[in-house]
Write a protein that binds this ligand. Sequence first.
Ligand SMILES: [Zn+2]
Length: 108
Amino acid sequence: MTAEDNAALGRIRWERRWLLAWAISAAPALWAAWRTPHRGLAIAAVGLIWTAGVALSLARLLFAHCPRCGRLFHSADAMPSVAKIFAPRCGQCGLRLKPERIIYPSLE
Ligand SMILES: [Zn+2]
């Protein structure tokens, strides 16, 4: 595995963290918007921003390409799959997202 492959896998892991961050931070943001005097407008703004953030993060993650096979990482066929969004391996070639531990590098 090359340094470019590791960088591409790192970008996929980074996109996953962004998606989780958007999802987890929605509840506190909505709570903060609820506490404002203009709660209807604030909740609408938070909902719009968070929906756009989740959609953008999800799209970037769905269309991420595998560094080894060049096809969609989260897909078993040509179509991106939301069901495989947190799969630990590439749906096409089986490349692991997290690098495996190498205890003895000289044996690789
Ligand atoms: Zn692959």
